[in-house]
Ligand binder design. Structure first.
Ligand code: HEM
Length: 594
């Protein structure tokens, strides 16, 4: 020990005398030279990579192209760049990090579908990965080795147990009844159509996950949780201001969380919010266990119960279980409701398409009952209409999270280095004149092969709204199923038109470009007129709505927890990470219920 101290002091002494000999100025100069050489070497490497990668604007050292990003909606900018460089792939440097933007459906298919095996990972993401849910959540999970791949597979499988193609057929009655209640609510309170659609989407995932219906649009699960998820989606877009600027300067992420650049990311204690969903899940299982055997037999087992039973095999920690349950709200509610708000906008802006669908429904169904999935084979125009809702203004406008190759890859002779950030620009893909002539027109007819606007498109769906390859949206089947029945029912039930100015009686125009700026986009608020199409239809809506309310009664229930108070109580208790009891349950999250 003593000898180490002597050596340390001696080294320090030598350094001091060396500085004194050389002069402070010369030392500073030498340091500067070292830093400049490191930056130059790094920049040379960037330029070398750039020469091999897809084209894009010229990057600066350290900051890359970050500061040429527009303030909002970067997907429009990348579409423009793709046209300017006349190339489907664009390289854009976020700091020293090359990001590749795919602006073309065929290219997305070739890379993310055909080579799915090497594009299953996510890249390093500072804000949503390292400072967010990181390796604890399926959505952001990276796959850099076999162990991580196996772990991701477990999460994917557990998600599949809940909302895989087979399971979601078992949720049809829930979705059908909740969508009948949307029609019922549109009748009662048409001005609040956005809130009704949010309630619908949240209630469906809440019943599936927790066995509990969300009966009111004022339920805190909407006003608090979904609002938080929307905020997160707003933040999660490449940008040149904090916190997204942390992707350009990842070193800043190492500083304490009170630094100003973390603003908007939540405090460390809020990380305890993970346990909010865990607590909701525990409560849901308790409530389910208290039901009689006949009640249990008449409802699908809440996903959290199946999940907790299954997860025992894999010994998953609490924050991961919490992520799996929270994802149903986080990934499912805002996306599904935003898609339906887009549908309302499309009806207002393109009444011809709405009327054509209504004429088909009238021929096949009539006024006395609303459409059901079994009618779908006889409703080809409605099917095309729903496809066009997904295509026209896709909610996950940059394809959700980026993918990343686990090894160097080439496309068209261009290098895509391992670990780089590969983002599908769904806006550009669905807006490409080659595949979708007159792309801003809402035109379901384009999906019919004999239509002059019909064009080939990779894959059998005709859109890429749910992502690609092995990371394709886990909730796709659920979302498609629910969107179909709700769109078909609302087309059957209502004329959805531009609102009229009460003074002039003239229709108020809607702006088909006025969308929010987040990763999940939805139309900016707009007024509209929603009226039942006939007295007979109105009666059917009332009858079906009341029956649906009665059928869903067994899912009525209260939660004792609110996210806002949960945080406050945890803040006091959760100074350290949660403490587990001998059964692996979290002790400290047993906060007082409201
Ligand atoms: C209209 C509704 C929805 C849209 C447009 C949508 C879209 C997407 C997209 C684009 C991705 C990223 C795919 C990729 O990386 O290639 C994604 C991922 C995901 N979605 Fe959805 N989604 C919707 C609804 C849902 C629902 C209802 C759930 C769950 C109940 C869900 C759960 C997930 C999960 C867990 C992931 C992450 C999968 C992974 O990283 O492996 N989504 N979604």
């Amino acid at each position: 020990m003593l000898s180490e101290k002597l050596i340390d002091s001696f080294t320090l002494f030598k350094l001091q005398s060396a500085i004194a000999d050389a002069g402070l100025f010369n030392v500073a100069l030498a340091l500067l030279a070292v830093v400049a050489t490191a930056i130059a070497a790094d920049y040379a490497h960037m330029l070398y990579l750039r020469s091999k990668m897809p084209p894009g604007p010229f990057p600066w050292p350290i900051v890359g192209n970050t500061f040429t990003l527009p303030d909002t909606k970067p997907w429009l900018y990348f579409e423009e760049l793709s046209k300017k460089y006349n190339t489907p792939l664009i390289t854009f440097w976020i700091g020293r990090n090359p990001t590749i933007w795919i602006n073309d459906a065929w290219c997305a298919h070739d890379i993310l579908e055909k080579k799915a095996q090497i594009y299953t990972s996510r890249p390093r993401m500072v804000v949503f990965g390292e400072l967010g849910s990181g390796q604890a959540n399926l959505v952001t999970m990276r796959i850099r080795n076999q162990q991580e791949r196996d772990h991701w597979r477990i999460h994917r499988k557990l998600m599949h147990v809940g909302v895989g193609v087979q399971s979601v057929r078992g949720y049809r009655e829930i979705q059908n009844n909740e969508s009948k209640i949307v029609a019922y609510d549109f009748l009662r309170e048409p001005k609040e159509y956005v809130k009704h659609l949010e309630r619908y989407a949240t209630s469906v995932v809440s019943i599936i996950a927790f066995g509990r219906r969300v009966a009111s649009y004022n339920d805190p699960i909407i006003t608090e949780v979904i609002a938080l998820m929307q905020l997160a989606a707003d933040l999660n877009v490449p940008g040149k201001s904090f916190p997204m600027l942390l992707e350009t300067f990842p070193i800043l992420a190492k500083f304490p969380r009170f630094m100003p650049w973390f603003k908007g990311l939540g405090t460390r204690s809020q990380k305890g919010g993970h346990y909010f969903f865990y607590t909701l899940a525990q409560e849901a299982i308790e409530q389910y266990n208290q039901k009689s055997p006949s009640e249990q037999a008449s409802m699908p087992t809440p996903y959290v119960k199946t999940l907790f039973d299954e997860a025992k095999k894999y010994n998953l920690p609490i924050n991961e279980l919490s992520g799996l349950t929270g994802n149903l709200f986080g990934a499912g509610a805002d996306t599904s409701s935003s898609t339906l708000v887009t549908f309302v906008l499309a009806c207002c802006a393109f009444p011809d398409a709405m009327e054509k669908a209504q004429a088909e429904i009238d021929r096949v169904i009539g006024p006395n009952r609303s459409p059901h999935w079994d009618d779908s084979p006889r409703l080809p125009y409605v099917n095309a209409f729903v496809k066009e809702v997904f295509r026209w203004r896709s909610v996950a406008i940059i394809g959700g999270q980026p993918h990343s190759p686990t090894q160097d890859d080439t496309y068209n002779g261009w290098l895509i280095p391992a670990g780089s950030w590969v983002q599908g620009n769904v806006w550009a893909i669905h807006h490409h004149e080659r595949e979708f002539p007159d792309p801003d027109r809402f035109y379901p007819d384009r999906f019919f092969e004999d239509n002059d606007h019909h064009r080939p498109f990779p894959g059998d769906r005709g859109y890429m709204t749910f992502g690609w390859g092995r990371r394709v949206c886990s909730g796709q089947a659920l979302a498609e199923q629910g969107t179909w029945v709700t769109v078909a029912r609302l087309l059957w039930g209502f004329n959805i038109r531009k609102a009229k100015d009460p003074k002039t009686g003239k229709q108020i125009d809607v702006d088909i470009f006025a969308f929010t700026n987040g990763l999940n986009m939805r139309p900016q608020p707009f007024p509209c007129e929603i009226v039942p199409r006939s007295e007979e239809i109105k009666e059917a809506i009332l009858r079906e709505g009341e029956q649906a309310l009665a059928d869903l009664k067994l899912h009525d229930g209260e939660t004792r927890y609110r996210m806002s108070t949960f945080y406050q109580q945890q803040k006091r208790k959760l100074k350290e990470e949660p403490v587990l009891d001998e059964h692996g349950n979290v002790k400290v999250v047993k906060v007082k219920a409201v």
